[in-house]
Design a protein around this ligand. Structure first.
Ligand SMILES: [Cu+2]
Length: 128
């Protein structure tokens, strides 16, 4: 008698638990569907921290940024260049067409750089 009475509530409890788990998993997969469009994460105003390498020159030749800004160079020429710090603080190495190089400037100062292939190519990053 006792065993029969105890079995009934346990079974319905299990059934409710299983149903709850199924509903929870359906809810989860629906949530994931909403997240299929990733929101773009922009780390600052685009263009203000970029230097384009084009026509064998750095543009802008002098770029002023705030401290803790990552500057990105992009080689738009069909041939290779480098972004090499005069004080050997940073060096991109060989940059082919459309290659990019980024460097984080943390300390205020004036940082001159050049292209190791073309001595006439020079630029300056001013960090303030
Ligand atoms: Cu060059």
């Amino acid at each position: 008698m006792k065993t029969i009475k105890n079995h009934q509530p346990v079974n319905s409890f299990l059934l409710i638990t299983i149903l709850a788990l199924l509903m929870a998993s359906v809810g989860c997969s629906k949530k994931n569907d909403y997240n299929t469009n990733p929101s773009p994460k922009v780390g600052g105003t685009q263009g203000s921290n970029e230097v384009m390498i084009s026509g064998s020159s750095f543009g802008p030749g002098t770029l002023t940024v705030a401290a803790n800004t990552t500057v990105t160079w992009t080689n738009k020429d069909s041939f290779a260049h480098t972004v090499t710090s005069d004080a050997t603080m940073f060096d991109s190495g060989n940059m082919d067409n459309n290659a990019t190089y980024s460097f984080l400037f943390t300390t205020k100062g004036s940082y001159k750089y050049h292209c190791s292939y073309h001595p006439g190519m020079t630029g300056t990053i001013i960090v303030q």
